[in-house]
Design a binder for this molecule. Structure first.
Ligand code: GDP
Length: 140
């Protein structure tokens, strides 16, 4: 079992898609080990997306991610990082495959419904960003 981090982003929470996205993730074989509804501060969003700080979309991305509640999830599955990337689909919903979370629920390339860690290394860092070890519930 591998852990990865997902965030149901403010656009999807605001639109009332949280429950449907959780059902989609469970149907894809992910088990929830921790969950937290968060309202990110500007400093937190800047820190989380620090890798993008020189990109032209950084400022609007931080504004979007702080615009409302978001749901952070630590998810477990075999091959969780790669599998979750497949399940969420391409960054831009216009390029996402049918049936992916972003194809179903994203509005555009920025307001794209869900975040998923893109490597095992980033997954470890991003899970720890939201959840101290003691908040990761043991399964089974
Ligand atoms: P991801 O790993 O698929 O989430 O994509 P990236 O790591 O490349 O980008 C992080 C987030 O920044 C994306 O999920 C989008 O919310 C946003 N983003 C990425 N590229 C663009 C862009 O070209 N324009 C805008 N406005 N937002 C973007």
């Amino acid at each position: 079992m591998q852990l990865t981090l997902a965030i149901i982003k403010p656009d999807a929470v605001q639109a009332g898609h949280t429950g449907k996205i959780l059902a989609h993730l469970e149907a894809a074989g992910f088990q929830i080990r921790a969950v937290r509804l968060v309202r990110l501060s500007t400093a937190q969003a800047q820190a989380f997306y620090a890798v993008h700080r020189d990109r032209p979309f950084f400022k609007p991305l931080v504004a979007f991610m702080t615009s409302g509640p978001a749901l952070a999830l630590a998810l477990a599955r075999d091959n969780a990082v790669a599998h979750l990337r497949d399940v969420i689909g391409a960054t831009d919903p216009a390029d996402a495959k049918p049936g992916t979370v972003r194809k179903l629920y994203a509005q555009n390339k920025e307001r794209n419904a869900i975040h998923a860690s893109d490597s095992a290394e980033n997954a470890a860092r991003e899970v720890a960003f939201f959840f101290p070890e003691r908040e990761l519930v043991e399964l089974g």
